[in-house]
Write a protein that binds this ligand. Sequence first.
Ligand SMILES: Nc1nc2c(c(=O)[nH]1)N[C@H]1C(S)=C(S)[C@@H](COP(=O)(O)O)O[C@H]1N2
Ligand SMILES: [Mo]
Length: 206
Amino acid sequence: MSDRFISRGFVGKRRESTAAANRIPPGQHEVKDFPVLSAGPTPRAPLSRWTFTIEGLVKQPIKWTWDEFQKLPAREFVADIHCVTKWTKLDTRWYGVGVDTLLEMVDLDPKARFLIAFCDGGYTTNLPLPDAVNGRAFVAYQYDGQPLAGEHGGPARLVVPNLYFWKSAKWVRGLRLMEKDKSGFWESAGYNNHGNPWKEQRYTGD
Ligand SMILES: Nc1nc2c(c(=O)[nH]1)N[C@H]1C(S)=C(S)[C@@H](COP(=O)(O)O)O[C@H]1N2
Ligand SMILES: [Mo]
């Protein structure tokens, strides 16, 4: 009786860890903490001067203040994140506005095929439009039920869980829609232009 109980428990645990292992892309390992990776100092712009802009290939650029942005339809997103420095964090819980919701509020030029996210501090990162729509990207202003910490990109950051975490621009201030692709900060410095963790697209040429 007790033998059977132990073996059932064991099987259950094994199944759970296999499921988690299947969510860890090649070359990655799971972490439980939340490392901070920033190319420069944490910018501290007051919320009273914060805006979020969508510009480029749209009929009319649009700009929200912090208060306006807080009133946009928001929801929770739970996602696994994968940093190119090889850590993966499972089930991160965010709250914010989907890029789909933001793009619904502009008249997108059909020529728009790429976007670049720009940030306080000058960081940029680029992605093909299909990687940013259909629930694949969002602008988060809460993490784990709390306002997003400055070191993790607060007041708001882009999150693109399907791509390496450098695509998740911290301190994001807007998106520029483009017809042609244009490399961002790390993409111009030897990192892969696309950054799909399941294909290990870490560096240029991967
Ligand atoms: N604005 C900005 N966004 C950024 C970065 C940065 O240096 N500046 N670093 C990127 C990198 S390389 C990673 S791995 C993640 C790290 O996010 P974290 O510090 O919340 O873990 O943010 C990405 N977004
Ligand atoms: Mo990174």
